[in-house]
Design a protein around this ligand. Structure first.
Ligand code: ADP
Length: 425
């Protein structure tokens, strides 16, 4: 937009308005000649000129006109260059409106955030938020600063905190302009929502076993007081519920510890082949007890160092291994291994169970997410893979899940070799 606030589009429209006049002019020239076919040409041009005139009026009529816009055009001056350069220098989106709430200036950050803004248009055309407009009216009325929140759904979910600041200029009795300064609160709002969701989910998950425990205590104190057989059965269930609560608390603590832990140090190295062997050693007997064969693949050769924290990576692969036994155990065998290639290594855990339906796969690492039909009767909290995801994010890598219903699932993680990772730092 140029200094006077006239956009390139507006200049083009002014030229366009001359088109009917030009066509009518040509018609008049032919009329003046008034010989032979020239009369038909004259008639044609006059008709075409009329049509062009009507069309252009129609197009202009679709353009939003407002009293605010026309009022603003009559105002004596635009924000001066120094005001503009200050607003332009802001990192946050900044928009200047006049007292009639017509847009007078928008900095580059505002154009990036809100798309092209047409100078002279009422601000209400872009921000259709009654609360914001009311706050602007109040600021115009009182000449005092105001604050407002704006939540946009489209084109994306965004939250803005807006300071409305009257701009006082020398020689002016009242501030002729208002600066709208937008601060992006999207991330803060998202975190806030995640935190409240998390607390709600965690309490819900704890309340279920707790309700069951209190129910059984009531029964044991009352109707089942003298029933020895029922007492033993109920105590077993209560023990299982208590275990569930303690698993949940362990996982929650684990998750919060990982979330608050600082970034992984770049000089920390761990042998991923040894980590996988260690997981198989620790959990193999348990798998064998459940009738599962455990196969180690690619773990015989030399160690492979990756940038990582040994204990955290053990936690990751133990989690994946336990899941493979728990949910993929009907396949009869589990594989844990390493694939090496020129660029790095891929550590994986594979099962041959009934797999995971495709629609669940992208959601598995969400907190508390469990696939209903796969978990019936199997203890779990739905937090294991969420912990895995957090640890891997700290390790600047991620979990890949490939699952084929009826054939099994592979959970894998790619690492760059330690020396290559060091070179990148
Ligand atoms: P939990 O095991 O405590 O339920 P996880 O976060 O470890 O929580 O796993 C989330 C869900 O993903 C599980 O409840 C299960 O439905 C599904 N899942 C995980 N691993 C497998 C697997 N190897 N095969 C089939 N389903 C799995």
């Amino acid at each position: 937009m140029d200094e006077t606030g006239r956009s390139g589009g507006e200049t083009a429209r002014r030229w366009l308005r001359l088109v009917p006049t030009a066509i009518w002019g040509a018609g008049l020239v032919f009329l003046a000649l008034a010989v032979g076919e020239a009369r038909w040409w004259a008639g044609g041009f006059v008709l075409a000129g009329g049509l062009a005139h009507l069309l252009l009026r129609g197009a202009d009529g679709n353009r939003p006109r407002s009293t605010a816009a026309s009022r603003s055009r009559n105002q004596p001056h635009w924000p001066d260059a120094s005001v503009k350069s200050v607003v332009e220098a802001l990192r946050e989106p900044g928009v200047v409106v006049d007292r009639s709430l017509a847009l007078r200036f928008a900095n580059a950050a505002a154009s990036r955030a809100f798309g092209p803004l047409v100078l002279g248009d009422p601000i209400a055309m872009r921000f259709r938020a009654p609360d914001l407009l009311a706050a602007l009216e109040r600021a115009v009325e009182s000449d005092e600063a105001e604050q407002e929140e704006l939540n946009e759904r489209l084109p994306a979910d965004r939250s803005w905190g807006i300071d409305i600041l009257p701009l006082r200029l020398a020689g002016e009795e009242r501030p002729p302009f208002l600066l709208l300064l937008f601060r992006d609160h999207t991330q803060a709002r998202r975190l806030e929502r995640m935190r409240t969701d998390f607390v709600a989910n965690a309490s819900h998950e704890l309340r279920t076993p707790l309700a069951s425990l209190s129910g059984f205590i009531e029964t044991l104190k009352g109707p089942a007081r003298d029933d020895a057989a029922a007492r033993m059965r109920f105590l077993d269930i209560m023990q299982e519920q208590a275990r569930r609560m303690s698993r949940l608390i362990d996982d929650l603590l684990s998750l919060s510890r990982i979330e608050t832990r600082r970034r992984l140090r770049s000089n920390e190295a761990a042998d991923i082949a040894d980590i996988l062997r260690s997981v198989a050693r620790q959990l193999g007997p348990q798998a064998a007890e459940g009738g599962l064969a455990v196969r180690l693949v690619g773990l015989d050769g030399d160690g492979v160092l990756v940038n990582g924290d040994r204990d955290e990576l053990i936690q990751v692969f133990a989690n994946l291994f336990e899941n493979a036994c728990k949910y993929g155990g009907d396949g009869g065998r589990v594989e844990i291994g390493l694939r090496r290639d020129g660029e790095g290594v891929e550590a994986y855990v594979r099962d041959f169970g009934k797999g995971i339906p495709a629609e669940h796969v992208p959601r598995l690492t969400e907190r508390f997410y469990r696939v209903e039909e796969g978990t019936s009767g199997k203890p779990g909290t739905g937090l294991g893979l969420s912990i895995v995801r957090h640890v891997l994010t700290r390790h600047r890598t991620r979990l890949s899940i490939v699952s084929e219903p009826g054939k099994g699932s592979t959970f894998s993680v790619r690492f760059v070799r330690f020396l290559d990772a060091m070179e990148k730092h």
